[in-house]
Design a protein around this ligand. Structure first.
Ligand code: BV8
Ligand code: ZN
Length: 245
């Protein structure tokens, strides 16, 4: 069954020039990055509201930085997996390919994706609360509380927290690609977090063929043209093979 669906999806991609891929924590799971809501969930010991929010940071910046420092330490040695690499290969076979990721682990960039739209930011950048400057920072461990080298202000992770709006320009770019997409892949996301969770239906309404690739069914599965169950690290290389040269 999975092969037939993969073949069908490959046919759709072969006859398209505009493909959008949206990824979530599931594509990094095989690299060893814990997902958010799975049994190995990152949130298990903490509730998202306790840590990935501006209020939590204002209330207890040391605790929030300790959590990010732990995640950065965990993720820094990890490598992209065959799913990340397959998307790099797919990018070469599609005229207009757009990768949008909810992940902040930086693994798509590490795999060689040209210009991943990191809609929730990245663990590897920090931003000054005072002068708003953004810096690359891969220190593990990071000195807590990290201070801005330009103005001495407090640094925060350059990620989008719950309750924070996404960058307007990034959102506009994403919606433009969703409107034009002929095929959309939704890989390894539970569809629990907005606005990413509505991207699939936006593309579908605009006429795209939408395929979900996930280890398990999600509440959104019935909405899409295809819902293919399996590991991203296995399904995506199969897809690229069927798309061919
Ligand atoms: C916004 C960065 C406007 C940080 C993240 C009440 C109050 C305040 C806000 C809200 C509210 N109610 C709703 C909201 C909106 C809120 C939201 O959606 N909340 C949810 C939880 C209800 N959204 C926001 O606040 C967003 N901003 O809407 O602005 C606004 C402003 C104010 C008030 C309202 C609205 C900002 C959201 C961004 C949050 N930041 N990350 C950090 O990481 O530290 S979200 C976080 O979750 C990650 O980015 C992650 O990627 C993302 C989504 O999770 P998934 O990627 O889907 O991961 P998950 O573990 O859930 O699922 C993994 C999937 O993979 C599973 O399906 C599994 O089956 C599959 N899988 C596992 N292994 C594999 C696999 N698949 C294939 N192969 C495998 N091997
Ligand atoms: Zn500063």
């Amino acid at each position: 069954m999975e092969n037939e669906a993969i073949r069908q999806l490959a046919e759709q991609i072969k006859t398209s020039s505009r493909v959008v891929a949206l990824t979530g924590a599931g594509i990094s799971q095989e690299s060893g990055v814990p997902t958010f809501r799975g049994k190995d969930g990152l949130w298990q010991n903490f509730r998202a509201e306790e840590l990935a929010t501006p209020d939590a940071f204002n209330r207890d910046p040391v605790l929030v930085w300790q959590w990010y420092d732990w995640r950065r330490g965990l993720i820094k040695p990890l490598k992209p997996n065959s799913g990340h690499h397959a998307l790099v290969n797919l990018e070469k076979r599609v005229q207009y390919f757009t990768l949008v990721t909810q992940n902040v682990d930086g693994l798509h960039r590490a795999a060689g994706s040209e210009n991943p739209i990191e809609m929730h930011g990245t663990l590897w950048r920090v931003r000054c609360l005072e002068c708003k400057k953004i810096f690359e920072n891969r220190d593990v461990p990071i000195k807590i509380l990290p201070k801005c080298e330009a103005c001495g202000g407090l640094l925060r992770p350059h990620v989008v927290w719950f309750g924070e709006s996404l960058d307007e320009k990034i959102l506009h770019t994403i919606y433009t690609h969703l409107q034009r997409a002929q095929v959309m892949l939704i890989v390894g996301t539970s569809g629990a977090v907005q606005p990413a969770a509505s991207f699939g239906i936006v593309a579908k309404r605009a006429g795209a063929f939408v395929a979900e690739l996930n280890r398990s069914n999600t509440p959104q599965s019935p909405l899409f043209d295809l819902s293919i169950q399996g590991k991203a690290g296995e399904l995506l290389p199969q897809l690229v093979e069927h798309v061919g040269r």
